[in-house]
Design a protein around this ligand. Structure first.
Ligand SMILES: Nc1ncnc2c1ncn2[C@@H]1O[C@H](COP(=O)(O)OP(=O)(O)OP(=O)(O)O)[C@@H](O)[C@H]1O
Length: 225
């Protein structure tokens, strides 16, 4: 689905990431860990085509990113749901409209026309927050809403950047179970996290591959992470 081959990335003159190769296969479940500032968010941005590599090759759904124009990337992006680290809601819009935004922004539908909106909001346990404004939500509610928004276009791949940041352990587990459930439905999942407890808790739920960014490159993490 997403392939990286010897990818490097630099924001300035120094390379942040080097020689990274990965194949995200259909139905795979990956954790991505590494110290703060190691480049996890940057790596996810490369995976969804928001950044282009300074070296190496990226393929999104069998297309070479280097050959893809803006429209091609936008089309491929519809198959990738991204849960952003800071949620990125529009504070003046009710929650349901925020969640439906990936559909309504392109003029494809109004929130009332989005068939799966109620279903999604119920699945993440937010039916009573339909009309709430984002600043009125708790941290866990925001994270669940961010997950719902990432799913509104029924993507094949979910890339989640610290989806359990700023929530308590119980809520982390709940979010983890939602992501595992999506994986059981056949979706490819990658979660970037600092939370090693979460990765350990996932062991009993899903067969995950653990990756770590260290020394500017991607490494398979051992059982003890
Ligand atoms: N747009 C940018 N321009 C310049 N430098 C950037 C930019 N975005 C990120 N960086 C730098 O790249 C490095 C990696 O950032 P990134 O957010 O990818 O790390 P991370 O592993 O996700 O960190 P954290 O775990 O703290 O979220 C950091 O030093 C950061 O300051």
């Amino acid at each position: 689905m997403i392939e990286l081959e010897n990818v490097a990335y630099s924001y300035g003159s120094d390379a942040l990431l080097t020689d990274m190769s990965l194949q995200l296969a259909p139905g795979a479940f990956h954790f991505l860990t590494g110290p703060s500032g190691a480049g996890k968010t940057t790596f996810l941005k490369l995976c969804y085509g928001a950044l282009r590599p300074t070296e190496g090759r990226i393929r999104l759904f069998d297309q070479d990113l280097a050959q893809m124009g803006r429209d091609d990337v936008a089309f491929a992006r519809r198959r990738i749901g991204v849960v952003h680290q800071d949620c990125q809601f529009l504070d003046h819009l009710p929650l349901a409209e925020n969640i439906a935004l990936p559909l309504t922004v392109s003029g494809q539908a109004s929130p009332e026309q989005v068939d799966n909106l109620n279903e999604l909001m119920s699945w993440v346990g937010l039916t009573d927050k339909y009309d709430a404004l984002p600043p009125e939500l708790s941290g866990g509610e925001r994270q669940r809403a961010a997950l719902a928004r990432a799913l509104i276009l029924s993507p094949d791949v979910i890339l989640a950047d610290e989806p359990t940041g700023n929530v308590d352990w119980e809520m982390s587990q709940r979010l983890l179970r939602l992501l595992v459930e999506l994986n059981k439905m056949g979706k490819t999942v990658m979660i970037a996290t600092h939370d090693l407890m979460l990765i350990r808790a996932a062991k009993s739920l899903v067969s995950a591959r653990n990756l770590r960014i260290a020394n500017r490159t991607l490494q398979a993490a051992g059982v003890d992470l």
